[in-house]
Design a protein around this ligand. Structure first.
Ligand SMILES: *[C@@H]1O[C@H](CO)[C@@H](O)[C@H](O)[C@H]1NC(C)=O
Ligand SMILES: *[C@@H]1O[C@H](CO)[C@@H](O)[C@H](O)[C@H]1NC(C)=O
Ligand SMILES: *[C@@H]1O[C@H](CO)[C@@H](O)[C@H](O)[C@H]1NC(C)=O
Length: 423
């Protein structure tokens, strides 16, 4: 598989290349002299995880386009096929029957046409009419502008969806002097959803000055897209919105629903990854699909950004959900930037993992989401250690004898007086 080299860009950059670090308008530093360095195979791997998602080697970041098709789960992800730091980014591809054990396949999408020749960045999958998957992703064009492209499976009879072809109409959406979109801040299309008018909608992350924006586009055929006059939502002072995600959750119960469902039975969730803060924040609210506006509930106003809820309070970014129609659940995947030093990443030959996939639903208070590792992960549990009920005090040491720390999974059941029990 040929990954086109970006070496021809080198002369442009030599004047800032002296220390080997390039600033880039996206999230990542560019270590051009390190991004094709292979690892030291003799290095022992005490920190590789055993049941989190990670490919055999190299750098990964955002989960992209998760979907379920003909009995297989597909996960794509931002990947450097040549090294352990960010660079040479392609859409790598793995498949699974249980969201726990993954088989890597060849990269699905890699630079091959002008509209993505400088990179294939994040995006999402949508299952179109007739059970046909399509992927929208951000391409970096010859002018280093961020544009949106589409790819389809080459062979719908292949459950592995190994090969993807790109539309000759790419790019489908691009910054122009009329639409005044910032060409360096226009990325990460969501999965599409259908409005009652039968048209598809997607949002794309952007900003205007320091206002974060979810730019809305509509389409009859998923190819010809028209930018709406108004964004789906925006918030002042929040900076660039990366990897937006927009989906309905049932008011009552744990089942997930199709991304297009909008009725009195659902609320809507808008998640954005704030580039300035490197955290994933979400809002719960109402989606009016006639006005194409998302209105956050009281308590989620923009003045409140510091209080707005996060999916996770550790290292967690660029998450994305998908609806698993086989098991009627919505599944959340996220990237853990485990933040080893660049020197350590090169030594170990990899960087980044994904979280255990989590099922996600609305708490009955309607005020926050609940997440729980997918039930399949329980297959991995052996040798349980049980303790009688114990109230833990802050700072108390709680040693568990007879197990080694590297592969222990802890399951604590919390009870907090502000909830009527979590479930
Ligand atoms: C499509 O995939 C199916 C199932 O893997 C395979 O049998 C068939 O030969 C493929 N068709 C083409 C044109 O590659
Ligand atoms: C466009 O986005 C880039 C990258 O964040 C930023 O440096 C630039 O100031 C933005 N331009 C405007 C007009 O907001
Ligand atoms: C990832 O970690 C590195 C090193 O700690 C940090 O510089 C970078 O900002 C982080 N990026 C994100 C998206 O968390």
């Amino acid at each position: 598989m040929t990954i086109l080299s970006t070496m021809w860009l080198m002369p442009l950059f030599t004047f800032i290349y002296v220390n080997g670090i390039l600033p880039i308008e996206a999230t990542h530093h560019v270590y051009r002299n390190l991004q094709s360095l292979s690892s030291d195979d003799s290095f022992k791997q005490p920190y590789r995880t055993a049941y989190h998602f990670q490919p055999p080697k190299n750098w990964i970041n955002d989960p992209n386009g998760p979907l379920s098709y003909k009995g297989l789960y597909h996960l794509f992800y931002q990947y450097n096929p040549k090294g352990a730091v960010w660079g040479n980014i392609v859409w790598a591809h793995s498949v699974s029957t249980d969201l726990v054990n993954w088989t890597p396949l060849d990269p699905a999408i890699f630079p091959s046409q002008p509209s993505d020749i400088n990179g294939c960045w994040s995006g999402s999958a949508t299952i179109l009419h007739g059970n046909k998957p399509a992927i929208l992703y951000t391409g970096i064009d010859p002018m280093n502008h961020q544009v949106q492209n589409i790819a389809y499976p080459k062979n719908l009879s292949d459950p592995f969806l190994r090969e993807w072809i790109k539309s000759p109409k790419n790019p489908l959406m691009e910054p122009t002097s009329e639409n005044k979109i910032n060409a360096s801040s226009f990325r990460d299309p969501t999965s599409g959803w259908l409005g009652k008018d039968g048209n598809w909608r997607i949002i794309i992350g952007s900003k205007r000055n320091t206002r974060g924006i979810a730019i809305l586009y509509k389409s009859k055929d998923f190819i010809n897209w028209i930018k709406s006059k108004h964004p789906l939502h925006s918030a002042k002072g929040t900076g660039m919105w990366e990897c937006p995600d927009f989906f309905p959750v049932l008011k009552i119960g744990r089942f997930g629903v199709d991304t297009s469902l909008n009725s009195d039975d659902v609320r809507h969730v808008l998640k954005v990854s704030l580039d300035d803060k490197k955290h994933d924040y979400y809002l719960i609210g109402t989606y009016n699909d006639e006005k194409d506006k998302f209105v956050p509930d009281k308590g989620f106003e923009e003045e409140n950004i510091e209080q707005i809820l996060r999916y996770d309070y550790g290292k967690y970014y660029a998450s994305k959900t998908f609806f698993d129609d086989g098991k009627n659940r919505r599944i959340l995947l996220g990237w853990v930037n485990e933040s080893s030093s660049v020197a350590d990443d090169i030594k170990k030959g990899w960087s980044g993992i994904h979280t255990i996939p989590r099922t996600i639903w609305l708490h009955k208070s309607g005020k926050q989401l609940i997440q729980w590792p997918v039930v399949e992960v329980e297959k991995l549990r052996v040798n349980p250690v049980k303790w009688p009920t114990k109230i833990l005090k802050g700072g108390e040491l709680f040693p568990i004898n007879g197990v080694t720390a590297a592969q222990v999974s802890y399951v604590f059941f919390y009870y907090h007086k502000s909830y009527n029990a979590i479930f």
